[in-house]
Design a binder for this molecule. Sequence first.
Ligand SMILES: *[C@@H]1O[C@H](CO)[C@@H](O)[C@H](O)[C@H]1NC(C)=O
Ligand SMILES: *[C@@H]1O[C@H](CO)[C@@H](O)[C@H](O)[C@H]1NC(C)=O
Ligand SMILES: *[C@@H]1O[C@H](CO)[C@@H](O)[C@H](O)[C@H]1NC(C)=O
Ligand SMILES: *[C@@H]1O[C@H](CO)[C@@H](O)[C@H](O)[C@H]1NC(C)=O
Length: 273
Amino acid sequence: CLKLLWTKKPNSLSLSSLLWEVLLILMLSYFMPCFLGLILYMKVLEIKDKARKLNMEPLRSNLSKYYIMSQLEVCKGKNIFLLSLIFSSPGNRTRRDLIRKTWGNMTSVQGHPILTLFALGMPIMATTQQEIDKESYKNNDIIEGIFLDSAENQTLKIITMTQWAVTFCPNALFILKVDEDMFVNPLSLVNYLLNLKEHLEDIYVGRVIHQDMPNRDPTSQEFVPLIEYPEKYYPDYCSGEAFIMSQDVARMMYIVFKEVPIMVPADVFVGIC
Ligand SMILES: *[C@@H]1O[C@H](CO)[C@@H](O)[C@H](O)[C@H]1NC(C)=O
Ligand SMILES: *[C@@H]1O[C@H](CO)[C@@H](O)[C@H](O)[C@H]1NC(C)=O
Ligand SMILES: *[C@@H]1O[C@H](CO)[C@@H](O)[C@H](O)[C@H]1NC(C)=O
Ligand SMILES: *[C@@H]1O[C@H](CO)[C@@H](O)[C@H](O)[C@H]1NC(C)=O
C-alpha cells in the first residue's frame, strides 16, 4: 500500500517530493524483513488513527450479510493471546477433525489462552452445507463467510476472515492465518511470540517471499493484469500458508483493503497491505 498510496500523490517534481521518494526507498529497503512495520509515513499514521477508531457496530448489526456462521460468543469477554484461523475447504471435514484431535485441541499455552477456529466459504453443494451445519453444531468452531469457497476467492476469504477477527475477536493479541494442510506447534509458536517482547505491535511474520513477480500470462488462472498491479515485482510478503499478524496490523489491513488491487494472489495481497 505504501507504494500505492505514494503513486496516487500528484507528481510534482519539487525538491520535497524527491526527498520523500529517497526516504521512501530507504525505508522500503530498511524494512525488507517481514516486519512490514507499516512505517512512519503520514498516510500510515492516518491509517493507524482510523484503525484505532474503527467502528464495527454497523457490521455487527447486519452480520447476516457477510456470514452464515459467525460464532459470536467464542471470543466475548476473553483475552485471547493467539487466535488461529485455519483456512479450510468446506468439504474437508476429515482434515478438520484431525486438527481438532491434534494441535487444534490446545486451549492455552503456559496460561496464555489460544483459540482455534476454522475459516470456510460456502460449498457448491447443498448437501455439503448440511454436513457443515451438523459439524458446526457439534464443535462450535466454524466461521463461514457468504462467498463461494473457490481458488479464485481466496483473497475475499482473507478479507472476510480479517473482518471477522477485528469485529468479533478484538481482544486477540495475535492472529495466525494457516492452511489446513499445515501442522502447527502452538507451544513453540506462543513461545516465539512471547519472546518478541519489544514489538508487540506492528507484527507481521512468516516465511518471506522476496522479489516475486506478478504472473503476466493471460491464459493462466493466476494472471494479474498490468492495470491491477503495474510494478515489476511484488513487495516482500509472507507466504500465505501461515503467517501471523498482531491485532493492530489486522485492523490497519482492514482499513486499506479497499485501496489494494484485489486480483493479486491472496498472500501477496496481504503483503502489499
Ligand atoms: C448496516 O445496518 C445499518 C443499520 O444498523 C445500516 O444503516 C447500514 O446501512 C447497514 N450497512 C450495510 C453495509 O448494509
Ligand atoms: C481438501 O479440499 C481440497 C479442495 O476442495 C481438495 O483438493 C483436497 O483434496 C481436500 N483434501 C482432503 C484431505 O480432503
Ligand atoms: C483434547 O483431546 C482429548 C482427547 O484426545 C480430550 O479428552 C480433551 O477434552 C481435548 N481437550 C480439549 C480442550 O478439547
Ligand atoms: C466468489 O464468490 C462470489 C460470491 O459467492 C461468487 O459469486 C463468485 O462466483 C465466486 N468467484 C469464483 C471465481 O468462484
